[in-house]
Design a protein around this ligand. Sequence first.
Ligand code: CMX
Length: 424
Amino acid sequence: MATLQKKFGQMIPGLREELKALGQQSGNKVISEVTVAQAYGGMRGVKAMICDTSVVYPDKGLVIRGIPVLELTDRYPEEIFYLLLTGELPDKAALKALQKDLAERATVPAYVWKVLEAMPKNSHPMAMLDTGILVMQRESEFKKSYDKGMKKTDYWKPALEDALNLMAKLPGLAAGVYRMRFNKGKRISYKKDLDWGANYARMLGIKDPTGNFTKLIRLYLVLHSDHEGGNVSANTCHTVGSALSDAYYAVSAGLNGLAGPLHGLANQECLGWVLDTMKKFKGAPSHEQIDKYAWETLNAGKVIPGYGHAVLRVTDPRYTAFLQFGKQYLSDDPVFQTVARVYEVVPKVLERHGKAKNPWPNVDAGSGSLLYHYGLTEFPYYTVLFSVSRAMGMLSQLVINRAMGTAITRPKSVSTPWIKENVK
Ligand code: CMX
């Protein structure tokens, strides 16, 4: 058995014991209460689910298994998958074994392309990606084993197989979507001696003479990998998976949520907003011009994409990582310069506006300008990149939940008459 599978399998008995003891000792302890405003307001701040892969702290952002994300920016994305799942970074041998395992599973079945080719030519790349994942559901090892009558304690084994199969195929699928949707020519196949992130960069077919685009894709895949359990995509994947729907069903469902403009689609909208300012002011706009455009956006009743967050109350460290990358590799690019300038203006505007609880940038505010610089200019595609990365978080959470025997999700809803009656 490969190292990741073995390591995860060894952890399970201890984790199950821990949960059992916790339930026995503290099962009745209260960890959260819910106000009427929270029940109507997207359950913001209600603590009612468990996610052990990562935590988002309002004042410091994403911490993956105890490690702040800014300390992980030089890692391979597949190392982060190992970390998310097991709580530890792999050693060299374990990393190599995982890379080899992924390479062996990477081929996307031919029928997927036929289905995608039959879709209307103007389909959104996210609709194509999610369809591609869903159409592979017939490959699910979990479904096959479930139909044969596997024991509950074995759920994690085919769930992990599905996770690895899907993760391995995602770069090829996502790159194929890019090349098909934007008429880039033939698909490029997975190269076994390259790492997972470099393969994705290569299969997109973007020219990369300096190797910096590959570095950016690896960084992008690291930074978007997980953001605890309550965000729309993770929470959706969790809920769908809790019905024992397999990884193909659960991850495609989660990604359908990521496709929303208040979630992952914001990164396509961010670059659009930045380019609009540049178009309007004929070049990189000044601070005053950005201020003016930001107010025009707000006064039109729209949000400024890339700013604000449901949990964070500081600049997102993932934005900081992209800003550092931009400063190191493309500091004279006018689009990047505009992004950096927007950061100097928009938080002050949002503070004066007084609505957003967090005026600071999130992960989506800067990434698009970097992709744009290297020639990945089709910004409707950007959420697909986000998806390939976020699938790592969703898949590791899903496998852990199957290993821990997590119950089907079924919170109690109440009606407005019930609220009126009970809060008199
Ligand atoms: N521009 C303008 N108004 C904003 C705003 C922004 N960037 N961020 C929040 N607000 C507004 C909200 O729309 C809300 O207004 P209403 O009271 O009229 O409904 C008010 O401020 C309070 O919202 P909040 O509590 O600060 O934020 P929420 O937790 O409700 O929403 C988020 C969080 C991210 C959806 C919101 O900040 C937003 O819409 N941002 C822009 C879109 C974006 O960047 N999304 C990407 C998030 C990253 C990710 O995908 O993980």
